[in-house]
Design a protein around this ligand. Sequence first.
Ligand SMILES: *[C@@H]1O[C@H](CO)[C@@H](O)[C@H](O)[C@H]1NC(C)=O
Ligand SMILES: *[C@@H]1O[C@H](CO)[C@@H](O)[C@H](O)[C@H]1NC(C)=O
Ligand SMILES: *[C@@H]1O[C@H](CO)[C@@H](O)[C@H](O)[C@H]1NC(C)=O
Ligand SMILES: *[C@@H]1O[C@H](CO)[C@@H](O)[C@H](O)[C@H]1NC(C)=O
Ligand SMILES: CC(=O)N[C@H]1CO[C@H](CO)[C@@H](O)[C@@H]1O
Length: 681
Amino acid sequence: MLLRALLITSSVFGLCYAAPAGHVLHEKRGSVVNYPRRRVDSEAVIPVRIGLKQSNLESGYDRLMDVSHPSSPNYGKHLSAEEVHNLFAPAEESVAAVKNWLIQAGIDDEAIITYENKGWLAVDIPAGQAERLLHTEYYESDHTDGTRIGCDSYALPVGIASHVDFIKPGVKLSPPLKKREVEVKRRAAGRNSGLRLPHGAPPHYPGWQLPPGAYGLPPDLQNCGVNITPVCIKALYGLPPATHHDPANAMGLFETYDAFSQGDIDLFFKHYAPWVPQGTSPTVLSVDGGTAPVAPSDVRNGGESDIDIQLSYSIVYPQKVTVYQVDDLPNASGETNKDGFLNSFFDAIDGSYCNYAAYGITGNSPSIDAVYPDSLPGGFEGKLECGTYQLTRVVSISYGESEIVFPKAYVERQCNEIMKLGLQGHSILVASGDYGVASFPGSNDNEFGCLSGSGQNGTIYNPDYPSGCPYITAVGATRLYPDQTVNEKESAMQVNLTAFNLVTGVGPITPPYDLFATGGGFSNMFTPPAYQAAAVSNYFAEAKPDLPYYIANADASNVGANGGVYNRAGRGYPDVSANGAFLLTYVNLTQGTFFGTSLASPIFGSVLTLLNEERTAIGKGPIGFVNPVLYEHPYVLNDITNGSNPNCGSAGFRASKGWDPVTGLGTPNYPKMLELFLSLP
Ligand SMILES: *[C@@H]1O[C@H](CO)[C@@H](O)[C@H](O)[C@H]1NC(C)=O
Ligand SMILES: *[C@@H]1O[C@H](CO)[C@@H](O)[C@H](O)[C@H]1NC(C)=O
Ligand SMILES: *[C@@H]1O[C@H](CO)[C@@H](O)[C@H](O)[C@H]1NC(C)=O
Ligand SMILES: *[C@@H]1O[C@H](CO)[C@@H](O)[C@H](O)[C@H]1NC(C)=O
Ligand SMILES: CC(=O)N[C@H]1CO[C@H](CO)[C@@H](O)[C@@H]1O
């Protein structure tokens, strides 16, 4: 997915564009940045793909609730992949209308490729012809990782626009994909080298004293306020030793670029989860050339994959863990800034989502860089993988971006794919972010990852992607304080890493980005789904957040209006949370302490896996999309009511009674969850 659009301020075109008669503006960039670019040679052949509007999408929510809401008589009656595809395939009418338009524009019928599920039409045409067809101008620019093309806006005939979702290459902008990192960044180093603590017996917290409440606890539960281990996590949430290992319930992890090291996970098992035998390894499924594991000292071993695997195995073993290692290296990796990271994953696990087109017809235009097959040295030489793998029942994704950088239609389309996976009984979890109400430090040209606009400069909250999708389970992070034990209530994860580094004498001690806080807030693109609406309005009524807000308009172009810092009408996230602080573990064979929602998402996913195992054992199906059950029965979670998620120069939201945009509904109470989920059909 290499066709990245570019943002240009110098070009007047597109910024004050009027659609020609009989046409409507279909997509247009909302914001601009400075970037050198040049017109694409009009003779250069570019692959144009046209995403068609799928039918029945408006019924998707109801269909999903039909199989996921605890009061539905069809709870648990998930659909097969084929049933889902047939339900949403675009109408024949859309295919015919768009094809006809292309043929009338002089494109050979034979050259128009329709994909199996009729979701896409694809043509390879010279840039000049594409520009006339779409009333646009295509530009290309050079990046360290290749050349990318895009446009500022494009228009479609009135009769065609209603059949088209979006067109690529188009206005889509994708920034570097970043991991939900779990550790302190050494800013001098290009890559995350993490917070390394010296070897030694825990606790690694100078001045720490045994809290009064810890006397009388078993030794391996006395330090949990400063060193979280699997034993602490199991005690916090009431998790039993796992016994089942039905192959249907292997726990799935999404990874990209970052790769685990067997030496690290063995060290973790040896010290903190000795019930997992040495040499236990995940099943690695390579998607489009992704590779794992790597040597401990490899630059790709940044800690993310290690920790996802360490936590998951320590909770679900003897169940297996499956890693989807997505995208080739280094050019298509998140680190090298290629494209929306979820599409190649979804293509690989759901052939119906896949479009071989953009990848299958490359190579004709030298100005367009690698798509699969990726001809660059080290690139994946096969075709884009399409429906190659089965998706595990549960998959945890500890990666994200900021929502605002994607066109809304693109995000909606991907979110609908997540809905379809839910219909088939899959639970998709994502870490909600680590910078409070902001995105990543440095994103959106802001030091703290906050937004500007409508007269505000870096004070607007920056909601996470894909947490805003109402069909995903977004997981926030919690923590204990050093004077607490596992018998006390957790707070929202918030840690001043500068202060922590000063105390421990390791890691950077200069601001900014010294405050790690669990990600939460309100989407600018999605409204609260019905299952969440009461929880969100209860939050506003009870917690009365004292922050100015705006109401996002249909294309989310008024972000920050009226001095507001968040969208009062948005879908709230996270949905749930789990511990994400003071994890003592090994990365690069070195012991260190890690923080982040990256820890929380695999923990929550592992809990769902345990529940699926128990249901399987009594002949029941998987839990699937879990949010409707949890919002209906929040008592199965420990409500977190202390802490907040500040950033962007303000206090952020406060955790409060009931759902809140800091810790969601709360952390797992396994015995209660088990009782509830065993009672559902
Ligand atoms: C791993 O540790 C070795 C030895 O300390 C060091 O040389 C190497 O740079 C480290 N690798 C990473 C990715 O931090
Ligand atoms: C926004 O704030 C930053 C940092 O304080 C400053 O460098 C920049 O000039 C400001 N931009 C505007 C448009 O005021
Ligand atoms: C974090 O701690 C450092 C060192 O104690 C302090 O200087 C800084 O103000 C703190 N930052 C925040 C946001 O509290
Ligand atoms: C509540 O959170 C604050 C930080 O926001 C922390 O200082 C305090 O110790 C927490 N209290 C309890 C009881 O967890
Ligand atoms: C940006 C980037 O990492 N580009 C890489 C693309 O692939 C070639 C061959 O593996 C590398 O040399 C480039 O560094």
